[in-house]
Design a binder for this molecule. Structure first.
Ligand code: NDP
Ligand code: OXD
Length: 308
């Protein structure tokens, strides 16, 4: 039994000893250490290229190294084996904490005060309580649900949106394209933590963002391709939106000349809302492999038709 790790630059090698410690019988290699490729049963990676997939004829399970499987699904030649993604409490906690920090920063005008500081300007702004601020959360999955709890604990008035209808105590929630506008029309701060699929590609565009109340703020921690960047810039320019915190971008790293870098109303972070630790990833991978070997149902299997 062997697992190949197609590691990208952000991943550390730490996962290898963590897997070996849990499963000494499992051979773990890091690409391109690939002699006898037919022996690999499992592949772990964020976006392994087609040329690599073609060299691995006996894969049984593929693990996305992230919560999102969009990069993997976009790879041509993906074999028809179960595709699993990372779901872990610590990851949900990190992303929720990050998104909530952005919401709080906009809610309490921290970015405006930072700006005022650069001009030595002493100008108190009006105060509002969190309960007086409605936050819309797009995506009520492993991370989105955690985020709604964090925001509610902070006192915010939260509404959510997902593909299928949900009943979550204390959370008004909406589902499907027909109800998206109901969420947008009431969200002074909109957080998107959706997966990237055909249905969600470009979902944050001039038509949808214009539905937000005037002066609203957008926080995108899902994927860059959810947002039509030029539409956001136009709405910021005309004052319909008052700001955006963006952690994910169409092109990453964000090109040096991109207008977001120097835009006074845009907060840029380098895709750091959350990441699964090597320990948690090893735990997910070895638990799922054990389930696979025992013929048990696998968890967090990507639905290829839905794209997440
Ligand atoms: P889940 O699959 O658990 O949740 C996805 C949520 O989005 C579900 O509520 C789902 O609805 C909803 N959704 C999917 N498609 C649609 C649609 N067409 N219309 C409305 N709602 C839709 O994913 P996670 O919460 O684990 O992760 C979400 C995404 O967060 C990842 O795919 C990734 O892109 C991003 N991410 C970003 C990170 C960062 O560092 N910036 C870190 C980790 C993740 P339903 O409940 O009905 O299925
Ligand atoms: C993920 C991410 O999908 O870090 O896990 O974006």
């Amino acid at each position: 039994m062997a697992l190949l790790f197609y590691k990208d630059p952000e991943h550390s090698d730490d996962i290898v000893p963590e897997i070996r410690r849990r499963r000494p019988d499992l051979e773990v290699r890091i690409y391109p250490d690939l002699d006898a490729p037919e022996r690999f049963d499992y592949l772990l990676g964020y976006d392994p290229p087609r040329e690599l997939l073609e060299k691995l004829p006996n894969l049984k399970v593929i693990f996305s190294a992230g919560a999102g499987a969009d990069a993997l699904l976009a790879t041509a030649g993906l074999p028809q084996v179960p595709l699993l993604r990372m779901v872990d409490d610590s990851l949900a906690e990190l992303v929720s904490e990050f998104a909530a920090a952005q919401v709080l920063a906009w809610h309490r005008d921290l970015w405006s005060y930072r700006d005022q500081q650069t001009k030595a300007q002493w100008q108190p702004l009006p105060l509002r309580r969190a309960r007086e601020r409605r936050v819309g959360v797009l995506g009520l999955g492993a991370i989105g649900q955690r985020l709604t709890r964090t925001l509610r604990t902070l006192g915010f008035d939260v509404v959510g949106w997902s593909r299928t209808a949900k009943t979550i105590e204390g959370l008004p929630s909406f589902a499907g394209p027909a109800q998206l506008f109901q969420v947008l029309q009431q969200a002074e701060i909109l957080v998107s933590i959706l997966p990237l699929t055909t249905a969600t590609h470009g979902i944050l565009n001039v038509k949808t963002l214009r539905e937000l109340p005037r002066g609203a703020v957008v926080v995108n921690v899902g994927r860059g391709a959810h947002l039509v960047e030029s539409d956001l810039l136009a709405l910021l320019e005309e004052g319909h939106l008052s700001g955006a915190s963006l952690d994910v971008f169409d092109e990453e790293p964000l090109p040096e000349a991109h207008p977001f870098w120097r835009h006074p109303k845009v907060i840029v972070t380098p895709h750091v809302a959350g990441a699964i630790s090597a320990t948690a990833m090893a735990e997910v991978v070895t638990t799922q492999i054990a389930r696979f070997e025992q013929g048990l149902d696998l968890h967090n299997v990507v639905d290829r038709a839905e794209g997440y």
